[in-house]
Design a protein around this ligand. Sequence first.
Ligand code: BES
Ligand code: ZN
Ligand code: ZN
Length: 470
Amino acid sequence: MNIQLLNKNITDIEAQVIVTFLTKDELKEHKEFTLLNNAGFTAEQDSKCFLYEKATIYCGIDSKNSDDVRSASAVMIKALKASNYTSAKLDVVSIATITAIVEGVVLGGYEFNQYKSKPKKTTLENISLCCNDSNFEIMQKTFKEALIVANATCFTRDIVNTAPQEMHPQSMVELAKKLASDNSLECDILQEKELEEEDMGAMLAVGRASVHGSALIHLSYKPANPKKIISLVGKGLTYDSGGLSLKPATSMVTMKMDKAGACAVMGMIKAASELKLDVEIHAFIGAVENMVGGNAYKPDDILVSRSGTTIEVRNTDAEGRLVLADVLTYAQDKVKADYIFDFATLTGACMVALGQYTTGIMGHSKKVKHDFLKAGTKSGELVGSLPFNRHLKKLLKSEIADISNVSSKPYGGAITAGLFLDKFIQDDMKDKWMHFDIAGSAYTEAPWDCNVHGATGAGVRMVSHYLKNI
Ligand code: BES
Ligand code: ZN
Ligand code: ZN
């Protein structure tokens, strides 16, 4: 399906269907009020009404703000895809609306059909956005940028949705190499032998029982005169069975999503390179599979991390933080970045704290936190800040090693996981680091906003927005 922006009046464009967004107030004044009212349409947000005889689909919105338009556009595109029409057109009035419609259409109309032997066919070929405006050039730039970011989000979703038998650490390596060659990025891979030479004892322990070798992937995008250097670190657990601290059967289902942090940072670097941002980006990914076996790492094991900090393993299901400990250390050793951000489906506790739609952000810098709360709101992603405190930090104390991989108390699990990572952030980087727990926001089993079943691509829109405005 193609989406295009045209510098024309809507009446001058050929299409089978017109899309009209209506607020409750607009509905009252509308010339088709009687027909719409008879059909039971009240312009409720996310409701729709197809008047076939008028070749128009009406979509209810609470207001003209981006969040409402994006969500209504997702409803609209699903209805159009379920019909037998081939083309539709709509008027766009503001720059903010363009981004919202592109996201609603591309992300709300996203389908992952790779494993369907008979995928549903849609006849829909073309969506035309019409804007006869003196600002057309700016609008076109906005349109192109929104499309890049939405497509990068779909790229992230595709990888997360890929089944774990297919997307294991070594296939993630191949995928990263292809992304690098397609987008002119540098790509450096560390296989297990190199990981041993680099003393990545924590990361290696997690992947030991897997038949697929663990790998660290380092992608970089280096424009000529970068304004800033940013390191992005992603948790790439291609499967999290829990290890010997095995997950219950029902909790294990969906754990292919435990690579969503890695997939998000790949989407972010793809978007940054296609937007040609003048920011140098380094993406570091720990690609590992957490399995069981005779050689599996065990509760009671003591791991020596790359930083030299020793870790008492008390739960092998708290594996993401072990991988990130080493990858964060490696990233800080290799690149002197202005900021370092990590993305991880790290804790179920983050969902308990914030709900399943919201990304939890943790860190020491008020400014960076503020910047991301803003970037979240502006990009349409939900973010909430979880505060560190020294009392929770004490709960990670180990009697026999430098730190335990789990807290001794059950509450505040997202924060104690963040505090575990903090142990591996070097002193001069403390104010430049932010941790993003995307455990809830990265994956959904029911559609919401412009998200459909499966991976959401959480983080990609927010970080692209942040990087564009840095
Ligand atoms: N990958 C999980 C976290 C997770 C849970 C992500 C649900 C998405 C949905 C992580 O590795 C994990 O298992 N964390 C444990 C930590 C606990 C053992 C301290 C958890 O959240 O239960
Ligand atoms: Zn786990
Ligand atoms: Zn995990």
